[in-house]
Design a protein around this ligand. Sequence first.
Ligand SMILES: Cc1cc2nc3c(=O)[nH]c(=O)nc-3n(C[C@H](O)[C@H](O)[C@H](O)COP(=O)(O)OP(=O)(O)OC[C@H]3O[C@@H](n4cnc5c(N)ncnc54)[C@H](O)[C@@H]3O)c2cc1C
Length: 283
Amino acid sequence: MTTLQGLYRPKTVAEATALLAQDPDAKPLAGGATLVAMLNAHVLEPAALVSLADIDEIKGISTMPDGRVRIGAFTRHRDTAACTLRLGSCAVVPHAASQIANATVRNMGTIGGSISFADPGLDYPPALVAAKAEIEIASAEGRRVLPASGFFVDWYLTALEPGEMVTAVYLPPNDGGVGTYVKHARVAGDYATASIAACMRGDGRLSVAVGACGPTPLSDPEADAVLSEGRSDASVARAAQILVEHADPLDDVRGSADYRRQLIPRLLLRAVRTLEAAPRSAA
Ligand SMILES: Cc1cc2nc3c(=O)[nH]c(=O)nc-3n(C[C@H](O)[C@H](O)[C@H](O)COP(=O)(O)OP(=O)(O)OC[C@H]3O[C@@H](n4cnc5c(N)ncnc54)[C@H](O)[C@@H]3O)c2cc1C
């Protein structure tokens, strides 16, 4: 193992992962929206950066032969937000992308950089968990795929091992359903104080995930089952109660833990009523 120094610009995933294998302390550099701020603040001082900007394979959004949608890790938030593919309930993902920060950050940041950073207040993680997305990870040894629910491990901690990088996010095929992302922030452009990502599939089943109310996106099969069986105010309140019981929010500048718990039922009700009113996309 050698120690790298400086900025490297690989053109393929194989070249990038070979560099990361040589020196696990080298950091992938994507949009730089978060990493460059951390470098400026001396929070991180890696000797080497591996820029992902020249790797075409990890850019853009495409439909796979099996109907899944692949979002390359280096796809900017603005491009994900503007995706015009029919995504069914996975439309929650571009809807979340459209609510990230402001146009400047959406022009810089990438989906791979966002989920690798794994701040609990980010907008993609709950959307990817509710959508039942999968994350593709590459290393010098090969590739592996994890469900989004298994990728986010703890506060700012993902399943990425040293020498690994995210290469893509896969969304399930269009199910003819609808998806929505409801975010509550102190001011426009801020990280979420709390958020709800909600997907209603073509057959009426629901899956939801709560953001910014614990170390990782919070989802619960019992809450999903309650919402899939009925969506009266009482059913939504029952599902919200289950989620509140499992929430583990922090007190911080964006709101107290108690305030965040109080937001969950309100945001969930808004999300469910939005889904019911939304036009379905044909599968
Ligand atoms: C002012 C401001 C406001 C923001 N507000 C929001 C918000 O409201 N909602 C929201 O969701 N986000 C918000 N963000 C975060 C933003 O979405 C960032 O773009 C994102 O967190 C990092 O993406 P990036 O591509 O810039 O990654 P970088 O900053 O380049 O990298 C971030 C981290 O991920 C690692 N990394 C990058 N790419 C990969 C990869 N493919 N595989 C493995 N590791 C990788 C880097 O080594 C680094 O540790 C905000 C950021 C700023 C600066």
